[in-house]
Design a protein around this ligand. Structure first.
Ligand code: FES
Length: 270
């Protein structure tokens, strides 16, 4: 005789420990506004970044390079974008696609963005005290969400990119012929972008743990305690830095794209 099958364990909103409330939520406020705005802005960024990454053009206007295309690692980059041709000439697609995985992975696995996309894209749940639509809950224990656990490695990769983008901003003190001692609005744009990215990275939860985690006594590690205190202060603003740096990177790219396409000229300060 066939064995009776064991019923699947009930998890999520169907768990027997949960209150038996038929309504999805008893909230009467407009709790959906925030996730809706988050969805709109993140979705707009995804569309913009995808178009720009596949565009494969208008990413360099000497001495400025778009953050989406730096570092340029293949030989099909436009001249002047650095000579780091690590990948040789077999790569024929947009050079942005090679490096996008790192900033994308960093943001996708970020503790703040997880909250943002769980709430606004998957409604899981959309807000406190609002039941999610899914019947089962597996947390971040399965593919692909289990990959969120590698956030700390993306954090280290993000630091490398910050150094490179800071270097790009310093190169912005040259003119189009490569002579130093010049500054345009583009220099400020690149510097602001690099600063915002540093603030985003330094306020990261993994950064805070890397600096002050796994210590038994702060008194025995005064330097790390100082660093941890500083990073903890930034950490309280991590959501803010996540947003402004995201918008900043898109605006920086758009600025360089406009220069490269000849929409306007870079105003020079000196
Ligand atoms: Fe957001 Fe690390 S937690 S970048």
């Amino acid at each position: 005789a066939a064995k009776p099958s064991t019923p699947a364990p009930v998890t999520g909103v169907g768990h027997p420990g949960r209150a038996r409330i038929p309504a999805r939520t008893l909230r009467t406020d407009r709790y959906w506004v925030q996730p809706a705005i988050t969805f709109g802005v993140l979705f707009a960024f995804i569309i913009y970044a995808t178009i720009r990454a596949f565009w494969n053009g208008a990413y360099y206007s000497a001495p400025y390079i778009s953050p989406f295309y730096s570092p340029c690692l293949s030989t099909n980059c436009v001249p002047g974008t650095g000579e780091v041709h690590l990948l040789g000439d077999w790569w024929k697609l947009s050079p942005a696609l090679i490096i996008l995985i790192f900033p994308l992975g960093f943001r996708m696995t970020c503790y703040y963005y997880r909250k943002a996309y769980f709430r606004s894209f998957w409604l899981s749940p959309p807000a406190c005290a609002v039941a999610e639509p899914h019947g089962a809950y597996s947390g971040e224990t399965r593919f692909p969400l289990i990959l969120n656990n590698i956030h700390r490695y993306f954090f280290y990769a993000g630091l490398v990119f910050n150094v490179i983008l800071t270097y790009d901003a310093i190169l912005g003190f040259r003119n189009a012929d490569g002579e130093w001692g010049h500054m345009g609005l583009g220099t400020l744009v690149l510097l602001t972008n690099a600063t915002l990215l540093w603030l985003y990275s330094l306020s990261c939860h993994s950064c805070r743990h890397a600096i002050g985690g796994r210590l038994k006594h702060f008194s025995a590690h005064p330097l790390r305690y100082k660093g941890w205190t500083f990073v903890s202060r930034l950490n309280t603003r991590h959501m803010l830095f996540a947003w402004v740096s995201l918008v900043g990177v898109a605006l920086t790219d758009a600025y360089v794209a406009c220069l490269a396409a000849g929409v306007f000229n870079d105003p020079k300060f000196f």
